[in-house]
Structures are given as structure tokens and as C-alpha cells.
Design a protein around this ligand. Structure first.
Ligand SMILES: [Zn+2]
Length: 93
């Protein structure tokens, strides 16, 4: 039987990785938090999380610079059919 002198090989200290964890709120939640659209309870939870999470703090700061335009999806305008036929007939000449 081998008696390993190192008892805690797997007990590495939790590295402070700069990334989202399972405990992190979603970006949309952070946006809602920023715009104060969350309920008091959820907002309190997010605030509590932000105290200990560098990543979410950074993300929140990032979101502050990046204002989302609510419900506005840029769309490429479609050329009306008659205009298109006209253009094609001119270009085809
Ligand atoms: Zn977080």
C-alpha cells in the first residue's frame, strides 16, 4: 500500500478567473438591472452578486457604454418590384 505524503493534490485554491460563472446573471438581466426594470428582490440579488464578481462589474460598465436600442432591428430596405424592373431594363439596354 502506498501512502502518499501529499494529501491535498486536488485541493488547488480556486483561481479568480475573469469569466462568467453559473452564478452570474444573464446579460439581459444586467441590462434590466441597469435600466431598473427588475423587481426589488432580483435587483438586490444582482447587487449582491456584483459585490463579489469582477466580471459582471466589467460587463455592467460595458453595457453602460453600449446602449441597446429597444426593439429596433436594422433592416435592409427592399427595392419595390416596379423600380427593380425599371432598373433592370435600363441596365440591360
Ligand atoms: Zn458575475
Amino acid at each position: 500500500m502506498k501512502d502518499s505524503p501529499v494529501a491535498h493534490t486536488n485541493n488547488s485554491p480556486a483561481p479568480l478567473t475573469f469569466r462568467k460563472t453559473a452564478a452570474c446573471p444573464a446579460s439581459s438581466t444586467l441590462v434590466s438591472y441597469r435600466t431598473e426594470k427588475l423587481s426589488r428582490e432580483i435587483a438586490a440579488l444582482v447587487r449582491k452578486h456584483l459585490v463579489g464578481c469582477e466580471f459582471c462589474n466589467a460587463e455592467l460598465r460595458l453595457l453602460a457604454h453600449h446602449k441597446p436600442r429597444a426593439g429596433r432591428i436594422p433592416q435592409t430596405p427592399e427595392i419595390p418590384m416596379n423600380l427593380r424592373i425599371l432598373a433592370e431594363s435600363i441596365l440591360g439596354k
